[in-house]
Write a protein that binds this ligand. Sequence first.
Ligand SMILES: [Zn+2]
Length: 559
Amino acid sequence: VSVTPAEPRREWFEVRPERLEWELAQFAERGLPATIARKHDGAMVIATELLYKGEPVPLNVAFPFDYPEVEPTVFGPPGLLPRHQHRHGGNFCLLERPAADWWPTMSAAQLVDEDLRWLFEDTAAGPETVSLGEADMPEPLSEHIHADPRRVALVPDPLWQLELPVAEGELITHDASHGAGQFISEAAGIGSCEPQLLELFGKPDGDRHAGRWVAVSEGAIPTYPTHRELLDAAVTASPRVLSKLKGRLRSERGRQTADGWIGVTFIEEGPRRRQWRRGWVLLEVRVDSNGAHVLRALRAQALTAKERGRRVPELEGLAEASVLVVGAGSVGAPVVFELVKAGVGRTVVVDHDRYDVNNAVRHVLETQWAGVLKAVGVAIEAEFLNPFVSIDSETFRVGSGPDASELLDRLVADADIVVDATGSHAVARILQGRCRAAGKTLVVVGLTAGSYGGEVAVFRADGPCFWCYALSQADELIPEPVSGPTTTTMPVGCSSPAFSGAGFDATALAALAARAVIGATGKCSYPAPDYDFMVVNFRGDEPVRRGRLPAHPKCPLGH
Ligand SMILES: [Zn+2]
């Protein structure tokens, strides 16, 4: 066995020396000095300078390993500019959209001579000019806090309200489930969270900590604050913020240190420029004989329905929607997940079947749900996707007798829309009867053999029906999706055939069905489906066909 050591990766300027020559020539062409200086790790740094308020400012342009795909960073003396420069690092914020505004055809000299020169000129002209030249991006203080990247503080309502009734109080925080860090459940004087949030986000066997919170006035914390500056601002705002920790240190003989949590809240810019919102940071503080210092700062994440909703404004209003999903299989389960994620206020999932471990090849549930009722597993997992909506499960077989019939009637009456994801025509016919009687829309979604294709059909209570659909397909008046060979596996026996087909096809169809359901609720501004049926072919050259469903002359319901 021979082992060949890997060739060390070479820096861009070694692989492409002509690019470095070109970069230097660009500096010369723009009348800027340029001297090569290597950083300690071997990366390229070019030293240059630029006039600011008539004085030359020394600058370092640092080139990343993957230059020119990745943009260079320009550093100046820290504290030179009040905005758009990192207070400690000294690097400037030059690209409006860092992810998209750098092109490898640009030169580092251009970045200095154009973007940095504009920033210098605007800054010299005064804050108003800087503001006019700024991108419409806020500069929230909490983004500039040096925080522990592995942990966050989950902060629920009502702690985000802009006006606080008091300025300090006791804080209750819990070790969070899923290793997220801390979950703040209560700030005395402001209020406490909804109990179900604590159930979901507090670690069952984790610790509960009693700390303090304090509101710090605007301007008391500098931009890019150090941990010391954060703690000083908290102590200045409330001299007693550390008294409990100090007391514990004094009262327990032999104790060297006392650790605790301090929530610091402030008003910051966001979510847009020149808008203002509340910000939080959670400090883990240690008090010892030398005084107090911050062990770590945790960045706050808002655990609120409002913050969720902000990310998809089109879905606002879905909290008023109620959807019944029948079938929690490879199509029904991802439909439920999408509805819940989108914020449908109430979702009920019905399935009588238990989860087979090998269904994980296609299903969204994990293997450890094997043997559990699918509807129950899907409902429990869905709660973690959105803690602000209600999800219930029912475990009965549609069409299994009078009890099932009665329960189904109640569930249909409570829903705005019913989804059939069972793939069974019998279930579709039963559901269609109940939906038409109750004046509800029915969405039927199903895959063809082998998941070669699928269909989503929307049946309005007063329109053509499932019969019309099936008969029109049989008469080739409307298209049918592509079907594969009917190869089913029967792990139990022929009474329970398992469907064959890929999970990604099932999930793709489920997404289309969820889109139709959300639009058809009429509760939000997401567009309603402009079709009655959509035929999807995952194979072949006609991926999607959709249209209006004609009433079939032979429909037994007389359409
Ligand atoms: Zn009909």
